[in-house]
Design a protein around this ligand. Structure first.
Ligand SMILES: [Zn+2]
Length: 595
């Protein structure tokens, strides 16, 4: 390869002004120089590649400059500056504590400290990665740090501030360097690209900045690598291919599909991502970050937390408008769950696919639960018609769901359903709960064609509900165990997302007892908790289905008797040992044990 200077060195800032992304800090340093209030020791903390050593060098150069400029920068012309620029100045000493961390190394340094500078005023000692000094080296250093000669300034740099001893911390002025924002990195890369006559897409630079994670040095070295690989034409496609970065476009497309509840297409895209060689967990992590960014883009107040170029920012804001906060919270949580379960999962692909399915159903759930953003769905009509013929439970349940919407949203829900309502439909409030009955009549949801037809189809007299509404009385229709079981099963019939709930409800069937009490016996705490969480919604559903407003769901916990208990392999084995002498002998003889 031809000889060239890497960009990180070539474009290393030479003045405080040209340091990128650390404006507040460089200003403070400059002010200290102007007012001549220099400390004897500074501690520069911050992630790698954000300009700690660069600032230390500029600082050393500036305080030694013989003719500082009006902006209080180094003149780059005087003898001292030239010596610095040509790296032959005796006023700056750099020690890498990572490789010189012994007591002897520190002694050599402290011996030099005593010699005053020949040119300029100060001798600056930069100790990089100072946290790597050994304990004894630290101790040897401490004394010099406490009482350094007047011409000496120490600049300690570290990426791990918490490893610095308090005795050192208390003797230094501390400066915390920020991670450089993506925007700043992109701008600088653009500048370098122009200087080097390299063409580069803004999106491509954005990806580089993202990969560099706030470090300018890393960003520049990635940039160099790509510039040489692509022959001076850095495109977005090449960057994502070379850096093995997943195209963020996938996340945008996926989110659109989630919002449109298109499970199938999500699966196809996920397959495409896997075929490109990306790790599924990496993808889920990226998806979670995408939702986080959308959440941040939602609000002008938090928008500044979105660290990316303006073009991408605009895209985030646009998609954020389509997503509700609830959707994003839930989506992040689902991704997080998947991420946590990923390691344990045996079928990782299935786990991620399941996550995608849950994400695609999010909007559906929201629509049911909050009733907000309710869009009239075309199939409702045809389903309703079907239900009239085939007695399909699903659409009926949908109406029930709408009615169970929280108080505030009743209007919206009823407005949405009233679209499908014929004029002559009587204003009925079949909703049973107490607070609902107390509401003013105009707020009450109206019965829809669907539920009317469905109830007719089921042989229930729709007027019955009407009567009870008119007098505002409580419905008390009697029901059989069979009716109860039918309604019970119906509750979970169209809740594929509530997998656990539906398993429990299928396995345990309640018993109809006197006084409209429905007793469900469960055998473990988890099931009990789960049903308890859904108790009110199940209750309301049953009341609605069975036209009885007095139904109460009572959950009973029972311990399994011994003969019902599930035994572990070890318990089974011990049981066999107790009752089978031959087995004991066999185990003794062959030294068998069950672990
Ligand atoms: Zn100078």
């Amino acid at each position: 390869m031809e000889e060239y200077i890497v960009s990180a060195r070539k474009y290393r800032p030479a003045t405080f002004r040209s340091v990128i992304g650390q404006h507040a800090l460089t200003t403070t340093l400059k002010n200290a120089i102007v007012s001549n209030k220099l400390a004897h020791a500074y501690l520069f903390c911050g992630p790698r590649g954000v300009g700690k050593t660069t600032c230390a060098r500029i600082f050393a150069k500036t305080i030694n400059c013989l003719h500082p400029t009006k902006e209080h920068e180094a003149c780059n012309e005087c003898e001292s500056c030239l010596a610095f620029n040509e790296q032959r100045s005796y006023n700056i000493h750099e020690l890498d504590a990572a490789s010189n961390n012994s007591v002897d190394d520190i002694r050599t340094l402290t011996d030099q400290v005593r010699i005053p500078p020949q040119v300029g005023k100060y001798k600056v000692y930069i100790i990089d990665e100072v946290h790597m000094l050994s304990q004894s080296a630290f101790n040897a250093f401490l004394k010099t740090l406490e009482e350094p000669p007047a011409h000496t300034i120490f600049i300690l740099a570290t990426t791990e501030k918490y490893k610095i001893l308090p005795t050192i911390l208390s003797r230094c002025q501390t400066y915390d360097f920020n991670r450089i924002t993506q925007k700043d990195i992109v701008e600088h890369l653009q500048y370098v690209a122009e200087q080097e006559q390299i063409s580069a897409d803004p999106e491509a630079l954005s990806v580089i900045a993202q990969k560099a994670d706030g470090g300018m040095r890393d960003a520049l070295s990635i940039f160099d690598q790509l510039a040489s690989f692509t022959g001076g034409k850095i495109t977005y496609e090449q960057v994502i291919q070379n850096l093995n970065v997943l195209d963020f476009d996938y996340y945008f497309r996926m989110t659109d599909l989630f919002l449109a509840h298109k499970v199938g297409e999500c699966m196809i895209i996920f397959d495409e991502i896997l075929n490109k060689g990306f790790d599924a967990q990496h993808f889920i992590g990226g998806l979670a970050s995408h939702f986080r960014d959308l959440l941040v883009a939602h609000d002008a107040f938090t928008l500044k937390l979105l660290d990316c170029s303006d073009a991408i920012k605009a895209r985030y804001m646009e998609q954020a408008k389509l997503c509700s906060d609830a959707f994003l919270f839930a989506a992040i949580e689902i991704c997080n769950e998947c991420d946590m379960q990923y390691k344990q999962s045996r079928n990782k692909r299935l786990l991620v696919e399941l996550t995608l399915i849950r994400l695609s159903q999010l909007g559906e759930e929201k629509k049911k639960v909050t009733g907000k953003e309710y869009r009239p769905i075309e199939p409702i009509f045809s389903q309703a018609a079907e239900s009239a013929v085939h007695v399909r439970p699903a659409p009926v349940q949908k109406t029930a769901e709408q009615k169970t919407a929280p108080k505030g949203e009743i209007n919206q829900a009823s407005q949405a359903t009233s679209i499908t309502q014929p004029q002559e439909a009587p204003p009925v409030a079949p909703f049973p709960t107490q607070n609902r009955v107390q509401q003013p009549k105009k707020d009450l949801p109206k019965i829809t064609t669907i539920s009317l037809r469905a109830s007719r189809a089921k042989g229930v007299d729709p007027n019955e509900g009407n009567d009870s509404q008119a007098t505002q009385t409580v419905r008390k229709k009697s029901y059989t165990q069979a009716d109860l079981e039918f309604a019970w099963r119906e509750y979970v019939s169209d809740k594929p997302e509530e997998y656990h709930l539906s398993e429990v409800m299928k396995e345990f069937i309640p018993v109809a007892e006197a006084n409209n009490t429905v007793v469900l016996t469960l055998y473990n705490q988890i099931d009990e908790k789960l049903i308890q969480e859904h108790n009110s919604s199940i209750c309301q559903f049953l009341r609605e289905k069975l036209s009885n407003d007095q139904i109460i769901l009572h959950i009973e916990r029972k311990e399994l008797s011994d003969d019902q208990k599930i035994f572990t392999q070890k318990e089974k084995f011990e049981y066999l040992l107790q009752n089978n002498e031959a087995l004991v002998k066999l185990c003794d003889r062959f030294k068998l044990r069950l672990y």
